[in-house]
Structures are given as C-alpha cells and as structure tokens.
Design a protein around this ligand. Sequence first.
Ligand code: GLN
Length: 532
Amino acid sequence: MKLIVVTGWVISGLWKWITAASIWRLMKSCWYSLTMMKLDPYLQIDAGTMSPFEHGETFVTKDWFETDLDLGHYERFIDEELTKNSSVTTGQIYLSVIQKEREWKFLGETVQVIPHVTNEIKDKIREASEWKDITIIEVWWTVWDIEWPHFLEALRQLRWELWRENVLFVHVVPVLRVSTSGEMKTKALQHSVSKLRELWIHANVLVCRTDSALTPEIKKKIAMFSDLDENRIIENWDQKSIYSVPLNFMEQGLHDIITQRFFGKTIECNLGDRKSKVEWLLNPVSTINIALAGKYTKLDDSYLSVVEALKHAWASHQTKINIHWLNTEQCEDQNREVFVQNFIKEKDIRGILVPGWFGNRGIEGMINVANYVRIHNIPYLGLCLWLQIATISFARNVCWLSKANSTEFDQNTPDPVIDFLEDQRNISKKWGTMRLGNYEAYLKNNSIVSKLYKSDFVVERHRHRYEVNPNYHDVLQNNGLFISGSSKDWSLAEFIEISDHPFYVGTQAHPEFKSTLQKPHPLFCGFVKECL
Ligand code: GLN
C-alpha cells in the first residue's frame, strides 16, 4: 500500500484538489493504478442536502452517491469514474462508530476518538486501497482547523504503520506577495511546515501556490527552512487554464520524485494529447456566445460541471464560448417575449443551454424561453429539469393542454404531464425517492442523439424525482414531440427532440458529469457545432 496525502495550510482556495488530481494524472500516465479519497469535515453523510448557493453544485457518482463538486473535478482530470468510496465525511465515520457501539462490537471498551474513530478512518483507507498501486488522500480545508485532529492523527498513524517509504506527504502552501513592495514572503509557509511538524508530520514535498515563478533565492530559502531538497519544492504558479497544471508538474519532475520514493525508479510520463487540447483551449480560432439560463446565475460553481463541459467542447472545436447568464425569473412577465428577443439580439446568442435545478423559482419564465427557442429555431440543449420544462411548454403550446404542469410545481394540475412515478422507476428505498446515478437509455436510430452518441444505447447519470408521465407519451408524440431515447421498457422518457427543429434536445440525465477534456461529451459537442 502506497499513500500520498495532500494537505494545505494558511488559506483555502490553493488548488489543493488540482494538486491531488494532477498527481493522479501523472501517476496514471506512468501506468500505475490509483484510487483517491477526499476526507471532508462536515457531519452530513453525503452532499445531497447542501445548498448549491453555499457549497456549489452537487456531483453524482455512477454508484448513486451525492458528493460535493470536488469529485467532479477529479473525474475531469483523471478520465476515470470514481465511486462513493472516494468521499468520506466525519458524519459517515461517526455514524459507523456509533452503530458499532450500539451493536456491542466494542465489548464494553470506552469508545473514544483515539483509537476507535481513527481506526475507523484507517480501515476505510485500507479497504479502498486494496488492489491499487497508489492511494491519494486529500484532506479538505486547512491543517489545524478545529475539525481536523481525527483525520490527521489517523494519517500520522498510518504513516507509522506502513513505514515512511510508503507514504508521501504533499503540503500545499501559498507564497504570498506583498502588493505594495511586490516582494514574495515565505513566513506563512515556514509556519505552516512547522505547525505540521507539531503533529509529527513532516512534509515530503511542498507545492507552492504563487502568482509567478519563484526566484532561485526564494526557492533555496524555502528548501532550507522546510528541510527539503530543492527539487522537492514544486511551483504551482497561476495558469491560464487549470488543465495545464499536470503539464507544469511534469516539467518540474514531480512524477520522478514519487516513482523514485515508492518504486525506486524513474518512468517516462506521457500525457498524450493533453498539451494540444490545452493549446486549443487557450488559442481558439473563433468565438460564440451562448446563454446559460438558470436561477443560480450569480455563482459559476452552482453549474460547474456544465461550464466545464462547455470548455471541453470549446477545446474540441477550437471555439471560445462566452457564457451569458440568463436569469429566468426575468422572463416571467408580459414583456418576456421582447425581453428574450432583446437578450438574444444584443448578446448575439447562438444557442441556449439550460442546466437542471430544484424548486419552482423561475419555472414559468423557463417555460416561456423553451417555447421561444422552439418557435424561433434557436439551438438548445436542456438538461434534466429542462426536459420536463420543454415537455410542459410543448403540452401547453402545441397540444392545447393550457394548464399542463409538473406536480412538483402544481399538485392540482388537470394535466400532470410531469409526475412522480416511483413504481415505474423501481427505486430502492435505500436511496430515498431520488433517481440517482447510472441508468441506461435506448435511443431511436433516426434521432439526433443516436447520431451524436454514435450508438443506440447509452448510460448517463441521473439526479431527479420527476418523469414525463407515460399516460401523456401518446398525445405528446402524436403532436410532434419525439421521445428519442427511453428506458428499456419504454416507460421512461430519457431524451426528447423536435423533428423539424435544427437542435432541440432534452435529456432527463446529467451528461455534464461525464464530460472531460480528453473525452468531451457528444451532446455538448453537437450543441456547440450546431451553434457554430
Ligand atoms: N426538480 C426536477 C426533479 O426532481 C429536476 C431536478 C434536476 O434538474 N436535477 O425531477
């Protein structure tokens, strides 16, 4: 078992996850198999109940687990799908210890943080590490926070149990610049290294977050005060794109440090076409404007995976995508038609993308936007809730069901075209009422989606409760809505299209979760191509 522990100190927002994910990327390119765990301090069991306003988007793993957005960051960097084992919270650890105590598993011992909680953490890490060459552990937030002792103590013990050579502590620290003199200051960094030592943890590699490269003198000073060879001081200066970070680390030989320590050899690291993908991202040949309609329009993090999926499509088309946020609450009043029209004209919008969300704020506006883009042949891609919105909009405006709605927004609607259908979905009680994680879809072969996916079968991740009501499939289809992808028994609509529209595609899933720079998602690429 080989363990790389990534910690941080002084401030948050140091690209700690980027460091951890870049290390995975480098080690994967050296042909090692890896797994990772992120240790989170909060008492929730999962991130499903956290507000996107406060915590950014909720990410869903293929195995039905709701985590915070960091696991999404990892997947995008490493081109692999993670599982719920990668997300560990204080809540999960304590729940498990308390359950064992109630089941008399500790046989009358006094149950304590050390050893019972720390043992629980170590067992989880050992379990996850089985059959893998290297396990990366990212410790959330900063060392010495009041919420950390149990995690850091468990890691310290593991280093002792596994022997030093099998554990590498990578410490991420800022080198701060005083704006008035322009000088780089290392004092905070020095304190951070010695604070870590107070916990009996010696940093083996320092990753310095800076705004520019360190001078040789500063680098030497950092090496001296942290008792490390100079090649163990890795610089992580500001990049135009975060996707360049693994390339930067590779040039500084971080992979060599790791393979030498763990396996006693250096291995050539090949990052494939990553460099050219990053170059396409940084040097686009054209630009387009796209509207992203939603209710969390002030916070990029709330729709992070969608924004990143657009960047991946941007790299593959070498086309810069300017995102303009369209607040759907502004599309609700009588002047909505004019408002949407002006917005599209003024900003030269080529297409509209609508990410999913919960709650009824901005819904009526969205139904209007869905109708506007349908009539005016504007390309758009709708994710999850948007498939439902487009269906309501179609039912009201084309099928003459003027009061059609989702029972999520109107319990008493006479035409519940979107409804809650627990029976059809066969969801185990264990996961509550939410359809979460991987589900299959079968695509009609003359559809836009089957052409884009180049397949008649796909698996995408889900996170929603409501569905297109099967009792309305016929009336919708007879009026021209094309259900282009469904569950195996055809009861659940997974994709919809409108046949005589250039690109009106809705999916009940969240395809954004599976897009990466190396493998941009076909739906996003198809949408951008159509906008171009
Ligand atoms: N609120 C809708 C549902 O639960 C859609 C949720 C979403 O977009 N993720 O079905």
